[in-house]
Structures are given as structure tokens and as C-alpha cells.
Design a protein around this ligand. Sequence first.
Ligand SMILES: [Zn+2]
Length: 102
Amino acid sequence: MSEERHPMMTCDQLTGLVTDYMEHRLSLWEAIRFQFHLGLCGPCREYLAQMEKTRASLGRLEPAPMSDEVRAELKKRFRSWKAAGGSGRSSGGSPPPEPASE
Ligand SMILES: [Zn+2]
């Protein structure tokens, strides 16, 4: 095998590594070559941007780390949703006649 150890990966190699790159699974050397290529290759930058957009819209990426603030807000909403009789009710959209008393 006469694989050239060229520092510049090809566009083909780059597109094959995009997923690993986005999931931070590249080795340091690969990441360097990846970013080096990106720095020089507009189409590949565009490709990466597209991939990131696609993945974001698919929601398959791990969600961004949740801050305590967001968590608290979600809890609050969940509680008021429950207090409003959210559980067991079909999501009709009309508000419940009366909030459940505690
Ligand atoms: Zn390229």
C-alpha cells in the first residue's frame, strides 16, 4: 500500500469523516487535517454547515446541556400542566374549567 501521508485530506475523505467530526470522535491528527482542509476548501465548509443544519433539524444530536434555569422552568411548566389536569386529558386545546384544588 502506498498511501501518501499528505497533510491535506481529500474532499472525499473529509465528507466521510464529517459525522465523526461532529461527534468529536476524530483523533487529534484527523481533526487537525479536517480543519486544515476546511480552512482551504469552501465547498467542504458548506457541506459541513449543511450537515450540521440537517442534524440539528433532525434533532438526533444530543441536546445542548440543560442549564438549571431551563430545567426549573420545565419542571414548573410540567407542574402547572399537571395542575391544570394535563394528565389523562386528551390534548383538546381548551383550558380546563377549573384548576384542580390541592
Ligand atoms: Zn474539500
